[in-house]
Structure formats: structure tokens, C-alpha cells
Design a protein around this ligand. Structure first.
Ligand code: HEC
Ligand code: HEC
Length: 276
């Protein structure tokens, strides 16, 4: 059964639009919610949705996140937005499929999620109705997700590690929360939940083709010289000759990361190089 976060649990909060934009970029929302082929006249920077997202169970069309009241999320309450982002529940209570990485967003600070909402509300509304997924028996699938969440959805908020520096913790938060790096870099169990004993060890690509490399021991295995080199790889990717970050969806991830402040990229690298 869906267990939504109640309205009363949404904190009083003053919106921070700059933080909302940062979290939107760290969260890679545009990788999936970019305007689809039917929306050629729409600004490619608006998350109007509709670009096909292929998964092993079928093709989904990530929905419109612009503030259009009819076809986007303009009429949603804050609680509805938080429930989609952190519990995988759509208004009306049906389960969203975890190709939308709410399994990672669930560990974000709720105020960061509310800032994303506030930032989205400043964008130009686009009228773009949702396209139905090309999957057999979508309804049965959504019922099954409830059971899956019961075993696989950890809703605990990210905890700081007091033994580590502030920037290491910032990096750990960005990687495991908004950045959802584990969604691809951690292999799955038989139940398609993340195999936490093999966190970041790489494995088959969740979208079905190829493999995702390990993020453990990046320095020891000679992938990068040091944390500073890794931070530049995340910032510049292929344009500076770092060619292991372009295919299998990583190119989009890197493009989104390149929009973060350098201090955040250094924090991400500081955290990643400690994965043994
Ligand atoms: C890896 C692809 C992917 C990424 C990254 C992603 N989404 Fe989504 N999102 C989806 C898919 C697919 C759905 C539809 C799921 C379904 O129909 O069950 C969705 C659904 C949603 C919904 C529910 C909308 C509705 O109309 O039901 C919201 C809200 C949302 N995403 C916000 C975001 C935000 C904000 C970000 C960035 C922080 C983000 N998404 C990043 C794929 C993604
Ligand atoms: C959509 C799946 C996906 C997500 C999400 C993802 N990655 Fe990747 N990543 C890949 C793939 C696939 C490659 C290999 C790309 C290639 O070889 O061109 C890769 C490669 C990398 C590499 C290079 C590793 C090496 O051995 O050279 C780094 C570093 C990296 N990713 C970091 C991250 C970080 C940090 C995040 C989160 C902010 C992240 N990735 C999120 C799929 C993903």
C-alpha cells in the first residue's frame, strides 16, 4: 500500500532558487525529462518531457516538469512533489517506476527537494500531455512496485559522517542523494534492488546494454592521477580528452555535473577517491 508523506510533515521553508537550480543540475533531471521529438519548437533546456527512456521492461516517456497547470506540475502541492521525488508516489497514490531514481532522491534533504520545486516553478510552462508507457500490463506492474519498495526503498535521510571533512560529506551527499550515481554504478540483486555489499563496484548497465565501470579504487587502478584530476574529468569530460565518461548515459551525467560549482566537483572527487 502507498505510504505517502503527509502535508503536516512538509517543513516551513524559504525557497532558495539558486540552490534549487544547483540541485536540479546535480540531480540530472534534464537527462531524462528533456523535450521529446514531438516538441521540436520547445527550448531544449526546459524539462517538458517526452524523450523515450528505454528500460528492460519497456519504454517510458518521462513526464512534463514545467509549471503548466494542465499537463505539467503547476497545480501540484509541495507534498505531492515531495512524495513523487522521495516515495515514488504520483498524486492519486499510484506507484511510479524506479527508472525515475527516487530510490536515491529519497535520501535528499526535504528542503533541497522543495528548492527544486521552487526552481521548476520559475520556468516557462510548456503544454505537453503525458505519453503512456509502451509496456504490457502497466497497471499490474505498478501494483508490483509497492511490494518491491517494501524490500528496496530506503527512505532514511543522508547522515553526515563526523569523522570526515565537511567537503567529503558534501561529496557523499551529492553522489548518493541528488547525483544518484549508484543507480548505474552499483549492481542489482535478483530483485533488482541495489546490492549494497557491492556499492559502486559496477556491473551490467541498468538500461540493458553494456557495462558500467567500477568507481572503487579509481586512483589505485590508475584511472585518474589524483582527486584534482578526477574533478577535472567530471567538469570537462571528453572536451579535455577524458574519454571514459561519454557513453551509456554518462555523457549526460557529465554535462549536468559541469554546471556545478567547482567546490562541489572537488567535493565529489574527494569522496569518490576514498571508495576502496
Ligand atoms: C533516469 C531518468 C530520470 C531522471 C534522472 C529523473 N527522472 Fe523524473 N521521472 C522519470 C520517469 C521515467 C518518470 C515516470 C515514472 C512513471 O511513469 O512511473 C519520472 C517522473 C517524475 C515525476 C512525476 C511526474 C508525474 O507527472 O507523475 C516527477 C515530479 C519527476 N520525475 C521529477 C524529477 C526531478 C525533479 C528530477 C531531477 C532531480 C528527475 N525527475 C530526474 C525519469 C527520470
Ligand atoms: C545512467 C547511468 C550512469 C549514471 C547515473 C552515472 N554513471 Fe558514471 N558511468 C556510466 C557509464 C556507462 C560509464 C562508462 C562510460 C564510458 O566508458 O564512456 C561511466 C563512467 C564513469 C566514470 C569513469 C570511470 C573510469 O573507469 O574511467 C566516472 C568517474 C563516473 N562514471 C562517475 C559518475 C558519477 C560521479 C556519477 C553521479 C554523479 C555517475 N557516474 C553517474 C554510467 C552512469
Amino acid at each position: 500500500m502507498p505510504r505517502p508523506i503527509p502535508d503536516s510533515a512538509i517543513p516551513q521553508h524559504t525557497d532558495d532558487l539558486a540552490n534549487g537550480k544547483l540541485m536540479f543540475n546535480a540531480g540530472g533531471c534534464m537527462s531524462c525529462h528533456k523535450p521529446g521529438p514531438d516538441l521540436k519548437d520547445v527550448d531544449a533546456g526546459l524539462p517538458a518531457g517526452g524523450t523515450p527512456l528505454k528500460t528492460p521492461i519497456g519504454t517510458f516517456y518521462p513526464p512534463n516538469l514545467t509549471p503548466d497547470r494542465e499537463t505539467g506540475i503547476g497545480a501540484w502541492t509541495d507534498a505531492q512533489f515531495v512524495n513523487a521525488m522521495q516515495r515514488g508516489l504520483a498524486p492519486g497514490g499510484f506507484h511510479l517506476i524506479p527508472a525515475f531514481p527516487y530510490t536515491s532522491y529519497a535520501s535528499m534533504k526535504m528542503t533541497d527537494v522543495l528548492d527544486i520545486r521552487a526552481y521548476l516553478a520559475t520556468l516557462t510552462p510548456v503544454h505537453a500531455p503525458q505519453k503512456a508507457a509502451d509496456i504490457p500490463a502497466a497497471f499490474i506492474l505498478r501494483r508490483g512496485i509497492g511490494l518491491w519498495k517494501w524490500i528496496g526503498l530506503d527512505t532514511a535521510e543522508f547522515q553526515l559522517d563526523p569523522a570526515q571533512s565537511e567537503s567529503w560529506n558534501r561529496g557523499a551527499y551529492l553522489v548518493n542523494g541528488p547525483g544518484h550515481c549508484q543507480e548505474c554504478h552499483t549492481p542489482r540483486t535478483l530483485f533488482m534492488t541495489r546490492d549494497t555489499s557491492k556499492a559502486f563496484a559496477g556491473g551490467p548497465h541498468p538500461e540493458g546494454t553494456g557495462r558500467v565501470p567500477s568507481l572503487r579504487g579509481l586512483i589505485g587502478r590508475g584511472k585518474f592521477k589524483d582527486a584534482a584530476d578526477l574533478a577535472s574529468a567530471l567538469e570537462y569530460g571528453e572536451t579535455m580528452g577524458y574519454d571514459g565518461l561519454s557513453s551509456g548515459g554518462m555523457g549526460d551525467v557529465q554535462t549536468n555535473l559541469s554546471k556545478l560549482p567547482e567546490s562541489d566537483l572537488r567535493a565529489i572527487a574527494e569522496y569518490l577517491v576514498t571508495l576502496k
